[in-house]
Design a protein around this ligand. Structure first.
Ligand code: BES
Ligand code: ZN
Length: 615
């Protein structure tokens, strides 16, 4: 799979924004739940960069394009669609009229396909309410092209507007401000029309849509939470601190420019923990722990309002500029919201996960570089925790070199302000850092080459405040050394003394150990109340420990959970653990085969590789 012939700057896109560039997107689409498609028009405003350019090249995947014409004159434009490169889609080449002005608008009439990789269509029985269908999008990294023909590279940022018609009784939400809605049509064929505006230029991967039987509750002056009515109260409770987090984020990063910060809680098949769609973060219902203990996901997505959404990676080889920075800001928010020990504790926990990941991928694996080469690799195949945690470690290192947060945070604000609304590469960041701190000798020591382009562990690991870690290390040691015959070495007070984050970390430590006896695990499960645990981070780790210790009871429990839960962070390691054990391997494959049509494409695609069903 080598998709060369794509854009010289972005190996994952066919488009040539160096020749002619999109400046605005206007979508007018109808959502058809019977056919599981969107159909209608998109108006693309374009601007020539090279006056001699002859064609406009767009990305598309499984789109049914009917016609393309120049909006102002109505002149039809010839176009060709190349045969697709698996997972990257097809190149659409639109012939430009010889007398086309520098800036003009083209209209494309088209339909999406029922198996569009960026959309998931749910039947009523797959929703919480079981009465109405639902559709949601997930376009990062390169699935926007399955929703609209566009320059699907984060190098290109545009404003967008949309008019979406949906069956009566359903509500549409998008990564934009909804400025009106009205009813349309007569009896039997009533529709609701929603109008959206995103006035800040964004990359195509941040366009987002969801339609369902949605309700909302206000949770702050600029925030509400959206979901099906069955979970809306739980969601309002869980995210009650959103405004507080936003204020802290603004203190660190500068003004929040997006107007609203709403949250949408999706059905459990949503493949990510959270997705930073502007004005409307998408989150998995697995963060509804009931005790606000997983609020870091919201802190993370809020942080993207600066890192990623204002300053954007120019392509996904520089993904660490999005996620590494976001982890840094997320943890700064946690540090100020709670305390600094917790900030370091989370960073230390992340380091443990990074070690496990590098071990699994191999220390020489080029995908463990901070800046990766995606020439022959799909961004979904490159995805791992590496850009998140190695990126965050690098930024903490860069922060320490210049004298700590006191010096680095003002620099960060300047960085956001300088590069807002732009897309940048790692070199741009490096030059900006070096010129801002040119007066500091210590920056000469920075081994940029190793940090950015060498695989494996980072050259230097900072010291963390270990106050919250100590007790986890102690508990883990007691558990591992325990023979399983003498009484379990934890009192009820021990159990109560642990913060949720610490229990998660303790389990993470046990995962890294040799398999444990089932008798020990049973007693531990009782003592720590893990049998019916609601917190998904705990449940996921406990199932992994059970599977790697060959505890048969956990096979069925895992498979049952994974029928509904499509969050990749849980599903992939759990499926891999099932695959690694001969006893559960075939059951995992059978269950995957049976359920894959109910999974979002990105999960079905990556799991088929994890289960060795495809290359
Ligand atoms: N932007 C990512 C999700 C993503 C990355 C989707 C790449 C598609 C391709 C999002 O901000 C994210 O990192 N989510 C994490 C949250 C966690 C780090 C708190 C997740 O989903 O687990
Ligand atoms: Zn993120």
């Amino acid at each position: 799979m080598a998709p060369r012939g794509l854009s010289p700057n972005d190996p994952s896109s066919y488009s040539r924004p160096d020749q002619i560039i999109l400046t605005n997107i206007f979508l007018a689409l109808d959502a058809n739940f019977e056919r599981k498609i969107f159909s209608g028009n998109v108006d693309l405003s374009v601007k020539k960069i090279n006056e001699d350019v002859k064609e406009l090249i767009l990305d598309s995947k499984d789109l049914n394009i009917d016609s393309i014409y120049e909006k102002e004159t109505g002149r039809k434009l010839n176009f060709t669609i190349s045969s697709p490169i698996e997972e990257f889609g097809s190149k659409v080449s639109v012939e430009l009229p010889p007398d086309a002005p520098t800036e003009f608008v083209i209209t494309i009439q088209y339909e999406t396909s029922p198996n569009a990789s960026g959309l998931q269509w749910l039947r009523p029985e797959q929703t919480a309410g079981k009465q109405h269908p639902y559709v949601f999008s997930q376009f990062q990294a390169i699935a926007a092209r399955s929703f609209l023909p566009c320059q699907d590279t984060p190098f290109v940022k545009t404003k967008y507007q949309a008019v979406i018609s949906v069956p009566d009784g359903l509500t549409a939400v998008m990564s934009a401000i909804c400025d009106s809605s009205r009813s349309l049509g007569g009896r039997g064929n009533r529709k609701q029309l929603f109008h959206f505006v995103q006035d800040i230029p964004i990359p195509a991967y941040l366009i987002a849509i969801a339609i369902g039987a949605l309700e909302s509750r206000d949770i702050g002056p600029r925030s509400k939470v959206w979901s099906e009515k069955e979970v809306v109260d739980d969601a309002a409770y869980e995210f009650a601190n959103t405004e507080h987090q936003l204020r802290i984020a603004e203190e660190i990063c500068g003004p929040y420019v997006w107007g609203r910060y709403d949250l949408l809680v999706l059905p459990p098949s949503f493949p990510f923990g959270g997705m930073e769609n502007p004005c409307l973060t998408f989150v998995t219902p697995t963060v509804l722990a009931g005790d606000r203990s997983l609020a870091n996901v919201v802190a993370h997505e809020i942080s993207h309002s600066w890192t990623g959404n204002l300053v954007t990676n120019a392509n996904f080889e520089h993904f660490w500029l999005n996620e590494g920075f976001t982890m840094l800001i997320e943890r700064k928010i946690i540090g100020r919201l709670e305390n600094e020990h917790l900030q370091d504790f989370e960073a230390y926990d992340g380091l443990q996960e990074l070690k496990d990941t590098i071990k699994r991928l191999g220390e020489d694996n080029p995908l463990t570089q901070l800046v990766v080469n995606l020439t022959a690799t799909h961004p979904d195949d490159a995805f791992s925790i590496v850009p998140y945690e190695k990126g965050q470690l690098f930024l903490r290192y860069l922060e320490r070199i210049v004298g700590g947060p006191e010096h680095f945070e003002p620099f960060l604000r300047k960085y956001f302000d300088t590069f807002k609304y732009k897309s940048i590469t790692t070199d741009t960041f490096r030059n900006f850092y070096e010129s801002n701190f040119a007066h500091i000798d210590a920056i000469k020591e920075i081994d940029w080459q190793t940090w950015l382009y060498s695989p494996g562990f980072p050259p230097e690991i900072p010291e963390f405040d270990m106050s919250y870690v100590k007790v986890c290390t102690d508990f883990s040691k007691r558990f591992i050394e325990w023979d399983g015959v003498s009484p379990i070495p934890f009192t009820d007070d021990d159990v109560k003394s642990l913060r949720t984050e610490q229990l998660i970390h303790l389990l993470q430590k046990i995962i890294a150990e040799e398999p444990q006896s089932i008798e020990k695990l049973r007693q531990f499960e009782d003592k720590f109340g893990l049998k019916s645990v609601k917190n998904a981070e705990i449940k996921y780790r406990w199932l992994r420990i059970g599977l790697q210790s060959h505890w048969e009871d956990k096979i069925g429990e895992t498979l049952d959970w994974l029928v509904h839960v499509g969050r990749m962070k849980y599903a992939r390691p759990l499926y891999r653990a099932l695959y690694d054990w001969e006893v559960s391997r075939q059951r995992a494959i059978d269950s995957y085969t049976k359920n894959k049509d109910n999974m979002m494409h990105v999960l079905a695609y990556t799991l088929s590789k994890d289960l060795k069903l495809s290359e």
